[in-house]
Design a protein around this ligand. Structure first.
Ligand SMILES: [Ca+2]
Length: 182
């Protein structure tokens, strides 16, 4: 039996080493191969048919190709500081929601999961977040500072377009939801 083990183990065919588990694995493997073969045959069939019928009608783009048009989250971090479309708009909406929080301390670091770092601050005397800072690219330099005047409802957004903490752009949240300079 030792001979069998040593000789046939290489071929994976030794009866002494046969076990239900191994048989199951074998069955699974063969089943998988069968599926692959069936899939390949079906693919060839489809390809043959479509090849004869779509000579003058280009195939529709695959759904996967269309999905690539959707911008990936955070793909434009750092360059979209002043933008009001796409991921930046989504981020701004999430920031405004986060800013409605009432913190149990004076600060909440990294309050929004994602590529941008957002720190919330609730200074003494405030019952909810009254300012926040945004680091779009997490380079430890703030790209934006937001201030919430809870009495008037005014939301001021100061932006450092060069990511150098020089806040040269100042925008205010408009009643309709957009941003505008004063
Ligand atoms: Ca930054």
């Amino acid at each position: 039996m030792a001979l069998c083990t040593s000789m046939l183990a290489l071929a994976g065919d030794c009866p002494a080493r046969e076990s239900p588990l191994k048989y199951k694995t074998f069955r699974g493997l063969m089943g998988g191969l069968g599926l692959v073969a069936a899939g390949g045959a079906a693919w060839l069939l489809v390809r043959a048919c479509s090849g004869s019928e779509t000579a003058d009608t280009p195939p529709k783009p695959l759904p996967a190709a269309g999905s690539s048009a959707v911008p990936a989250a955070g793909s434009s971090a750092g360059s979209a500081a002043g933008s009001s479309t796409g991921p930046a708009k989504d981020l701004n909406a999430r920031i405004l929601i986060a800013a409605e929080r009432r913190l149990s301390s004076d600060k909440m670091k990294d309050a929004i999961p994602g590529p941008a770092k957002v720190n919330l601050y609730q200074d003494a005397g405030f019952q909810q977040v009254n300012r926040l800072k945004v680091d779009l690219d997490r380079d430890d330099r703030w790209d934006e500072k937001w201030t919430f005047d809870r009495a008037s409802g005014e939301v001021k957004r100061q932006i450092a377009p060069a990511d150098d903490e020089q806040y040269t752009v100042e925008l205010f949240l408009q009643p309709g939801g957009g941003w505008a300079a004063r």
